[in-house]
Design a protein around this ligand. Structure first.
Ligand code: DQA
Length: 150
């Protein structure tokens, strides 16, 4: 069995490309999915890439990841700052989690400075746009030991 990473995206990220491009850039979520799949292939990782605007659906996918995946990359978007339910789900499944944000949440409004997801994450990457997703996959490949080369 290969190594599977569930890459989960929260609310409004389906609108990337048209949503506040000055903050989030012009890449679409489909572009980010392609970037993740390309990088995953190089790293020997299977990428299961999903997006939902619904908190409960994200909780269900985290539970599913606990049964089927080896790690989670999560951009919980606005739920980052509000969701005890997502934090509890992540802590329940106990998989390695890397939290990603396209924007640098610490340069933005105060309410974005707190993350419930961080309490369940091994690492956090923010402010680097879609490259942050690639860096998260690289970090996981290293931790999970899927890459052949040094
Ligand atoms: C975001 C940052 C969040 O504060 C915001 O609610 C988002 C996107 C990011 O990727 O920069 O929707 O997670």
């Amino acid at each position: 069995m290969g190594t599977t990473i569930m890459v989960l995206n929260g609310p409004n990220l389906n609108l990337l490309g048209i949503r506040e491009p000055g903050i989030y850039g012009t890449e679409t979520l489909a572009d980010i999915e392609s970037i993740c799949k390309r990088r995953g292939e190089k790293l020997g990782l299977e990428i299961d890439f999903r997006q939902s605007n619904n908190e409960g659906e994200l909780v269900g996918w985290i539970h599913e990841a606990g049964r089927k995946a080896d790690a989670i990359v999560l951009n919980a978007a606005a739920y980052t700052h509000t969701s005890v339910a997502l934090m509890d789900a992540l802590l329940s499944v106990g998989l390695p989690v890397i939290e990603v944000h396209l924007s640098n949440i610490f340069r933005r409004e105060d309410f974005r400075h707190h993350s419930y997801v961080s309490k369940a994450a091994v690492g956090v990457i923010c402010g680097l746009g879609s490259h942050g997703y690639e860096l998260a996959l690289e970090a996981l490949a290293k931790t999970l030991n899927t890459t052949q080369e040094a």
